[in-house]
Write a protein that binds this ligand. Structure first.
Ligand SMILES: NC(=O)c1ccc[n+]([C@@H]2O[C@H](COP(=O)([O-])OP(=O)(O)OC[C@H]3O[C@@H](n4cnc5c(N)ncnc54)[C@H](OP(=O)(O)O)[C@@H]3O)[C@@H](O)[C@H]2O)c1
Ligand SMILES: *[C@@H]1O[C@H](CO)[C@@H](O)[C@H](O)[C@H]1NC(C)=O
Ligand SMILES: *[C@@H]1O[C@H](CO)[C@@H](O)[C@H](O)[C@H]1NC(C)=O
Ligand SMILES: *[C@@H]1O[C@H](CO)[C@@H](O)[C@H](O)[C@H]1NC(C)=O
Ligand SMILES: *[C@@H]1O[C@H](CO)[C@@H](O)[C@H](O)[C@H]1NC(C)=O
Ligand SMILES: *[C@@H]1O[C@H](CO)[C@@H](O)[C@H](O)[C@H]1NC(C)=O
Ligand SMILES: CC(=O)N[C@H]1CO[C@H](CO)[C@@H](O)[C@@H]1O
Length: 255
């Protein structure tokens, strides 16, 4: 029995993950907090309606401090002193600068960093007290192998320069949480969900969103102290040695 909170969950992987968790028995996912800047969409209403009260929408714009404070308080009242078990930081944006990295302007970089790194830090730290009260203390950051420094040459054709930098920075933040909070029983890890057909991934991505979702869910269920400080890749049979840039071999991704 665990409580989950997923950010950026109005669409794409976040929504798909909330949907998959809602289909699990209550013994696996007792409450799913679906966090979005805009929770007033028909899709969210439908999922909430079908979930028998287990999916709870939480409106949160992390850019607004009052909104973050209110969201933490709201979630706190709903978990009734039992805390939060799993935080899935899924929010992310990707833009293609075009050309080489020299074309990346400081505005572009600062904007990406703000959304993908600074806001993640704000949200993660704001929910830390509730996670501390939870029994599993799992923090999963949805990252991307595109942010791997080792794989830099493999993804040279991808001009989402700021995205790559922001994911590498997020990985380091993840590592710092893993190290600093290990003694308190926390498990913090980064997870690459695969190249998925969402708004962000586009129509030509490798995998349907459901395939990535299934793998992310598997990792979230299995997660425990042995996951701490790791950067995990999904496993999709047949993709272990794929000829392109992406291999879904279920092994740890290189930092
Ligand atoms: N799709 C892929 O191929 C792929 C590959 C590797 C990693 N990932 C990672 O997986 C995660 C989910 O990606 P996705 O493909 O599901 O993307 P998506 O469909 O574009 O959804 C991203 C979510 O991020 C939130 N968001 C976007 N811009 C934001 C902003 N400026 N400020 C605050 N929130 C913002 C939105 O949340 P709300 O509108 O609900 O607030 C949205 O639901 C991301 O971290 C992404 O980097 C995706
Ligand atoms: C939220 O999304 C709904 C449905 O797309 C839209 O009608 C509404 O205007 C949005 N609200 C805000 C504040 O953006
Ligand atoms: C957030 O990171 C994505 C990749 O995660 C990047 O493309 C995007 O630019 C960043 N956010 C913003 C607002 O730039
Ligand atoms: C990238 O920069 C070069 C010059 O440094 C310029 O010629 C080119 O148009 C730029 N490309 C884009 C997509 O901005
Ligand atoms: C990058 O920033 C410039 C301004 O510095 C802006 O004109 C351009 O639209 C931005 N590009 C992206 C991909 O965000
Ligand atoms: C998740 O990533 C954010 C930055 O994007 C970072 O602030 C936070 O520490 C990370 N959390 C964990 C537990 O890795
Ligand atoms: C990389 C990543 O997932 N970062 C996001 C974590 O959550 C905050 C708040 O929802 C977002 O602003 C970050 O972009």
């Amino acid at each position: 029995m665990a409580t989950y909170l997923i950010t950026g969950a109005s669409r794409g992987l976040g929504f798909s993950l909330a949907t998959a968790l809602a289909r699990e028995p209550a013994s696996v996912a007792s409450l799913v907090f679906l966090v979005s800047r805009n929770t007033s969409t028909p899709q969210i209403a439908e999922l909430v309606g079908q979930s028998k009260g287990r999916v709870i929408p939480v409106q949160l714009d992390p850019n607004v401090p009052e909104s973050l404070r209110a969201a933490v308080e709201f979630v706190g009242t709903r978990v009734q002193g039992k805390g939060l078990d799993v935080l899935v930081n899924n929010t992310g944006v990707m833009r293609f600068t075009g050309g080489k990295v020299g074309n990346l302007t400081s505005t572009n970089l600062t904007e990406v960093f703000h959304t993908n790194v600074t806001l993640t830090q704000l949200v993660t730290s704001a929910f830390l007290p509730l996670l501390r009260q939870g029994s599993r203390k799992i923090i999963a950051n949805i990252s991307s192998t595109v942010g791997s420094i080792t794989l830099g040459p493999v993804f040279s054709m991808n001009s989402a320069h700021a995205y790559k930098i922001s994911k590498a920075a997020m990985n380091m933040l993840t590592m710092q949480y893993a190290v600093d909070y290990k003694d308190e029983g926390f498990t913090a890890f980064a997870l690459s969900p695969g190249w998925l057909r969402t708004d962000l991934g586009g129509p030509h991505a490798d995998l349907p969103v459901e395939v990535g979702t299934k793998e992310v869910l598997r990792y979230l269920k299995e997660a425990g102290p042995t996951f701490n400080g790791r950067f995990l890749n999904i496993h999709v049979p047949g993709w272990e040695d794929a000829p392109g840039s992406n291999r879904y071999d279920g092994k740890d991704a290189p930092w």
